[in-house]
Every structure is written in structure tokens, then in C-alpha cells.
Design a protein around this ligand. Structure first.
Ligand code: PEP
Length: 254
């Protein structure tokens, strides 16, 4: 039986500037849990305010960035690099969110480059994968998982980081921000498939240590049933992470 280590991660996307971030964490009251970790990915500009407020209040919350560039420095207008994030104390990064793939032309190749760069710099990475509605309807969900993970699962740096500094969030694109949550059966089926891909690549004992998070319209009403699935190790949450009340309610369900 796998020992679960739960991660509740919130993705604020382009919401909550520095003062809203400070207000948010000022309103958060949570107790640490032995088997679970809380993390939030605010926008770049709100990282310092978030870190400071969390530190002042001694909250058991990790703060991470939503993206980073794979180069450490250079002519990349509008981008943020790993060393810049480290300078302000960030050690966590989200990579390959479907909105980055959809609106900012990120590909499996750039996702791989970012992941390798982040791992080489010592970041812990949460890597996102997920199929579109058309892909689900045409029965190709497993194939999409295989394709999106192929480069990662054949790279030695990524393989050795899996379960330690590299974890995965399965986010069906059709469920993100739509209110259409995958059923626990649908989510578990894909999580189990991803786990089988991990087993083939790094072997069962190590594959068991990789956190597989579900993301897509998670709310306090559906989180418990999702968490009860054997291969679901937590949630990556957008909308329900934006208000302290719903966020704390999710934490209290773990
Ligand atoms: C997300 O942004 O990763 C996400 C899952 O959003 P939501 O919870 O709003 O569907």
C-alpha cells in the first residue's frame, strides 16, 4: 500500500497583486499537518509580499513561482530567471501549466528545457500535463499523457529527480476553470495510467514516491472524494485557492 504524502497547491494565475497577497495571508489561519504540505503559486510581483507575510506569521505554507525561463540571464524581454527567483527566496516552481501551453506557445520541448534548468538550479518542480476535451472525446487521453511525459521520462536528470524534486499535476484542460470536475473514477483512471508510465521509466518503488496531483475545478465539495482515490496525492487548485475561506476549507478536508 502506497504511503501518501499530500500536497495542496494553489495557483493564483494572474490574480492578487502584492497588497491583496498580504491581505490574503493575513487572513489565513491553519495548523500544520504531519502528512500534508500547503503551497501557493502567486504571480511574480506578489512573491515577495507573500513570502514576507507567510514568514512573519510563521505559516506552514511554501511559496512558488508559476513559471521561469530556462536561461539564467540574457535578452528575453518580459521573462524571469531562476537566479532572480532564488535571490528573493523562491525554491518552488510550476512548469507547463496548460494556460502556458495554450496562450504562450509552450511545447513539450520548452517544458523539458525549463524542467531541466529548474532542477539543475535546485528548484522543486510541479510539472503539469492534461488533455483537451477533443482529445478526451476521441479516446486519446492516455496517448496524450504518454506524449507529454515522453521527453521527461527519457531524460536522466528528470528521472533521478522524480519523487524528490519533481512531481506531476494531472489537469484535464476541459476541467480547468470550467466547473466541470473530472469524476473520481476518470481522474483515478488517468492517474493510475500516469503511475504506470512512471513505473516503466523508473521502477515501482520510486514511482510510488511521485506525488500525482489532480487539478481542474477542485472545490471543498469534491476534494474529499478525489483524495480518496489511491493514486491522487493532492490537488492543484485555481479558483478555490483565491479566497482564504475556500482554501482553508480544502486544507481542513485533508
Ligand atoms: C489551475 O489553474 O491549475 C486550475 C486547476 O484551476 P481551477 O481550479 O480554477 O479549475
Amino acid at each position: 500500500m502506497r504511503q501518501k504524502s499530500i500536497l495542496l497547491a494553489g495557483n493564483w494565475k494572474m490574480n492578487h497583486g502584492p497588497s491583496a497577497a498580504e491581505g490574503y495571508f493575513s487572513a489565513i489561519e491553519i495548523a500544520p499537518k504531519a502528512n500534508a504540505q500547503m503551497r501557493i503559486y502567486p504571480p511574480f510581483l506578489s512573491l515577495s509580499a507573500s513570502l514576507n507575510t507567510v514568514e512573519q506569521k510563521k505559516l506552514p505554507i511554501q511559496i512558488g513561482a508559476q513559471n521561469l525561463h530556462f536561461e539564467k540571464t540574457g535578452a528575453f524581454t518580459g521573462e524571469v530567471s531562476g537566479p532572480m527567483l532564488q535571490e528573493i527566496g523562491i525554491t518552488q516552481v510550476l512548469i507547463g501549466h496548460s494556460e502556458r501551453r495554450q496562450y504562450f506557445a509552450e511545447t513539450d520541448e520548452t517544458v523539458l528545457k525549463k524542467t531541466i534548468s529548474a532542477l539543475n538550479q535546485g528548484f522543486e518542480v510541479l510539472l503539469c500535463v492534461g488533455e483537451t476535451l477533443e482529445e478526451r472525446k476521441s479516446g486519446t487521453t492516455n496517448l496524450v499523457m504518454e506524449t507529454q511525459l515522453k521527453l521527461i521520462l527519457s531524460d536522466e536528470i528528470c528521472k533521478s529527480a522524480l519523487g524528490l524534486k519533481l512531481h506531476i499535476a494531472y489537469e484535464p484542460v476541459w476541467a480547468i476553470g470550467t466547473g466541470l470536475v473530472a469524476t473520481p473514477e476518470q481522474a483515478e483512471e488517468t492517474h493510475a495510467y500516469i503511475r504506470s508510465l512512471l513505473v516503466n521509466s523508473i521502477g515501482a518503488p520510486k514511482a510510488d514516491t511521485v506525488r500525482l496531483l489532480y487539478g481542474g475545478s477542485v472545490t471543498p465539495a469534491n476534494f474529499k472524494d478525489l483524495l480518496a482515490c489511491p493514486n491522487i496525492d493532492g490537488g492543484l487548485v485555481g479558483g478555490a485557492s483565491l479566497k482564504p475561506e475556500s482554501w482553508m476549507a480544502l486544507w481542513n478536508l485533508i
